[in-house]
Design a protein around this ligand. Sequence first.
Ligand SMILES: [Zn+2]
Length: 139
Amino acid sequence: MGGYGRLRGLFADFTAELADALEAFGEPDIASQLDVLYVTGRCRCGDEDCGSFYVSDGSPRPPRRGLVNYIANLDTGQIILDVCFGTITYVEVFDRPDVNDITSRLPRAPAQAPRPARYRASIRPFWPDAEARNSNRSS
Ligand SMILES: [Zn+2]
């Protein structure tokens, strides 16, 4: 146990929403992590619409898979999960006042090492109808 509390405890409704979406999209391994993650601090950007925060399961893991961004653009806001070596490390959330209300009370996370200059994450929409919603918006 560490950080500022369990993800599920701090963000009960949001976490349930994420778990449902990940399971619906066939990502039970990612979804199951939501039960054990705790929140280690909020994003340092200072954007008032940003409710992003860092998470950890407390165990350092050896590199197995690269970083993947799981992305959803929803009517209820944008969510991006940074999944680093198979483990969720960062939950990027925009335009979610319910999440921001909680995140804004957390201390900022300490600075981390910058990403490599030629860093590029692979991207994966995970919400079942995220792509359909996006194409509807642009038309
Ligand atoms: Zn931010």
